[in-house]
Design a protein around this ligand. Structure first.
Ligand SMILES: *Cc1c(COP(=O)(O)O)cnc(C)c1O
Length: 419
């Protein structure tokens, strides 16, 4: 495997060192092949909101697999997951299941182009929308670490139909829309950015997107692949009370199995084949085992009273504890948090966009990451990732993490002084 991995950030290239190979996960913990245990804040990059191997999810997967793993024909559990998503997202009138977030976004964009008869797509710097050709440029996640603006292999013609604007800049967006809005098929955004580290929307930013898109008849696509069922059941659109035209989902709705989904306004979605002319298909789409894992995850969450508030409170106590330590050791750190997702930026000032995230200190993050790993805590192996707290993380794990951070910072200081 190139780089030894099946997805780039896993290779630890940005923080250096050797990646840990994971043998199993249980609740908030992962265990590597050498028998080391870590508290896991990657949680498979977001899907595992109930932690690893949650009994309800495992039971559902097992029961489903016993009845056959794939049919390539409609099956009841697709409807069940579809209904759960629809009731959480009032903006979604019709939806389609796919196998990844990348696929969801690709298909939503095709649909938006077909519906509007326009070509341009507007995205925001540092937002990641999967690895399709026309959305990779100035993207977040693994692409932020290389020097590659997009990627070799993406023709300029493909990338040329995408316009990238700075995240959180209302003025630049309004200026663009005044000039070119009528050529834009869609504006796509992570309503709370999670792939350049966590960056919440500035006051008025999402509102401006909604208003301008409405005026120019441009479709507004919320990429809620991370935020759907993460911030609230209904994602960032529920939290900020904004209704996008189309929404992309993934991660949590698959309960740890490969799932994506896009949906939205009926008049747009009805253009999709076989109802309409816009082609989109998938051999394993609506896979019953994956659907079952998603249903079990969403139902388990809804049975837990106050789940999202607890998750948010726990995460706040973790970030408060960490901030206090960083102050004590005099590290300039900004922690951005949205509910149960957060990022520690080794940066003095506020982090509100790609540029302010990119100036965060790579060396310090790498040292912190490795010291934490040594102490038994697994954060994302890049300074541009969100950390995720799950329902399985208890007060005990939070406390352990803060203690581990104390040891980590002590070690970092000692090593710096020794140099
Ligand atoms: C993870 C992610 C994707 C891509 O999903 P995959 O399942 O990895 O293809 C798209 N958009 C956002 C916001 C994501 O976080």
């Amino acid at each position: 495997m190139p780089g030894g991995v099946n997805s780039p950030v896993r290779a630890f290239k940005s923080v250096g060192g050797e990646p840990v190979f994971i043998e199993r996960g249980e609740g908030p913990y992962i265990y590597d092949v050498d028998g080391n245990r870590y508290i896991d804040y990657v949680c498979s990059w977001g899907p595992l909101i109930l932690g690893h191997a949650h009994p309800d999810v495992i039971k559902a997967v097992r029961n489903s697999a016993m009845r056959g793993t794939s049919f390539g024909a409609p099956c009841p559990v697709e409807l069940e997951l579809g209904e759960l998503i629809k009731s959480a997202f009032p903006s979604i009138e019709l939806l389609r299941m796919v196998n990844s977030g990348t696929e969801a976004v690709m298909s939503a964009v095709r649909l938006a182009r077909a519906f509007t008869g326009r070509k341009l797509i507007v995205k925001f710097q540092g937002c990641y929308h999967g690895h399709s050709d026309f959305l990779l440029g100035k993207s977040g996640s693994g692409i932020m670490e290389g020097d590659i603006p997009g990627s070799p292999g993406v023709p300029a013609e493909a990338a040329g139909l995408t316009v990238t604007l700075p995240y959180n800049s209302v003025d630049k967006f309004i200026d663009f829309m005044a000039e070119k809005g009528e050529d834009a098929a869609a504006v796509i955004v992570e309503p709370v950015a999670g792939n350049m580290g966590v960056i919440p929307p500035a006051r008025g930013f999402l509102e401006a997107l909604r208003t301008e898109c409405y005026l120019k008849r441009t479709l507004l696509i919320f990429d809620e692949v991370i935020t759907g069922f993460r911030l609230t059941p209904g994602g960032a659109q529920q939290l900020y009370d904004i209704r996008p035209d189309l929404t992309c989902l993934g991660k949590i709705i698959g309960g740890g199995l490969p799932v994506g989904c896009f949906g939205g306004r009926r008049d747009i979605m009805e253009m999709l084949a076989p109802q309409g002319p816009v082609y989109q298909a998938g051999t394993l789409s609506g896979n019953p085992v994956a659907m079952s894992a998603g249903v079990a995850t969403i139902k388990s969450i809804s049975r837990l009273h106050g789940f999202y508030k607890d998750l948010s409170d726990k995460t706040k106590s973790l970030t408060d504890g960490l901030l206090e330590l960083f102050r004590q050791y005099e590290y300039n750190v900004t922690i951005n948090r949205a509910g149960s997702m957060f990022t520690v930026f080794f940066a003095g000032g506020p982090v509100t966009d790609y540029d302010s995230a990119a100036v965060s200190d790579k060396e310090l993050y790498s040292s912190f990451f490795h010291e934490m790993l040594e102490a038994g805590v697994y954060f994302g192996p890049s300074r541009f990732e969100a950390a995720f707290v799950s329902g399985a993380h208890s007060g005990g794990e939070i406390e352990f993490t803060v203690q581990a951070a104390g040891i980590a910072l002590e070690n970092m200081r000692r090593k710096e002084e020794a140099e």
